[in-house]
Design a protein around this ligand. Structure first.
Ligand SMILES: [Zn+2]
Length: 308
């Protein structure tokens, strides 16, 4: 059933705390009909629904939050990343509070939750946004661009003046199994000096070494260390995949990101949605599932393209 929309087979749930609010929350995935998309439901507000679409994106500084008629769903990106990567097109995400639980700070617990719920193909065809011409956004040293490609590919580069990070690069091609092994386990991260500042601003109240990789001037404070040497860059890829969900359909294109973050990810989504000449809506490209032979990739090397 390649190229068909999918939902979850049955209800599955998980509990945790919100990274920013620190409040306890229960999250439940439930099957949704074809064409419905990913829809959040606030069970504490009579099941009020907020679709995971660009028009509801509210705040993108430290997390991607959705808002509709004043009702908020916070920190959606790790769950959305897992849903996108697992090929779940239609699902109800039911929450009894305003923030998606942070769990271990990665997307792996969400992949496991989706696995527990099972995945069921639906009759309707899946639609994709296939990029047909380059789109680039430059903001000082930050940059994000997308080029035509035969599948979703992401090349991400970050640079932090910190000994545990430095310059890191990550090249991800959406193929079966790679996300779960290479991207999903990468945890969110933050700098110790910023934590107090963020707390005063009402953020990271649920943050701890159990769900955030914390860096001080010496290095990584978490006793267990890192899951990958370039875990930071991998987490950026994880976030980007989640933010791309706001396009409404899976993206087929080669994204190149440098020193980017939620704000720039979302700027790319907004630009694509505005520039209808940059993409076409297509059904069922075998390549998108990673099953065809690689075709010529039209994107230039990241460094060569970096000059504004
Ligand atoms: Zn993240």
């Amino acid at each position: 059933m390649l190229g068909h929309q999918q939902t979850v087979s049955r209800v599955a749930e998980v509990s945790g705390v919100g990274l920013h609010t620190g409040v306890a929350v229960r999250l439940r995935l439930a099957p949704a009909p074809a064409g419905r998309g990913i829809v959040f439901r606030r069970l504490d507000l009579d099941g009020f629904e907020i679709e995971a679409r660009a028009r509801h994106v509210a705040r993108v500084s430290y997390a991607t939050s959705l808002m509709k008629k004043g009702v908020l769903i916070s920190t959606t990106e790790h769950l959305l990343s897992a849903l996108m990567a697992c090929g779940v097109d239609n699902v109800y995400v039911e929450l009894d509070n305003l923030e998606v639980p942070i769990l271990d700070g990665s997307a792996l617990p969400f992949v496991q939750l989706i696995r527990a719920a099972g995945i069921r193909p639906q009759r309707a065809r899946r639609l994709y946004v296939r990029v047909v011409k380059p789109v680039e956004i430059v903001d000082g040293q930050k940059r994000i661009a997308v080029y035509p490609s035969d599948r979703l590919r992401i090349r991400y580069r970050i640079a932090f003046a910190h000994p545990a990070i430095g310059e890191q690069e990550c090249d991800f091609v959406a193929e079966t199994g790679r996300y779960e092994a290479e991207i999903a386990p990468a945890r969110t991260f933050g700098f110790y000096e910023e934590v107090e500042k963020l707390r005063q601003g009402g953020l990271v109240r649920g943050g701890s070494l159990a769900n955030v990789v914390v860096l001080n001037h010496d290095g990584v404070m978490n006793a267990e260390g890192l899951r990958f040497p370039n875990e930071f860059c991998r987490h950026k890829v994880l976030d980007l995949i989640g933010d791309l969900v706001m396009l409404g359909y899976p993206l087929i294109g080669h994204v190149v990101a440098e020193r980017a973050g939620h704000a720039l990810h979302y700027a790319l989504v907004s630009r694509l949605l505005r520039d209808r000449s940059a993409w076409s809506r297509v059904t069922a490209p075998a390549a998108a599932a990673g099953v065809s032979a690689p075709a010529a990739d039209e994107s230039p090397p990241a460094r060569a393209a970096a000059a504004p």
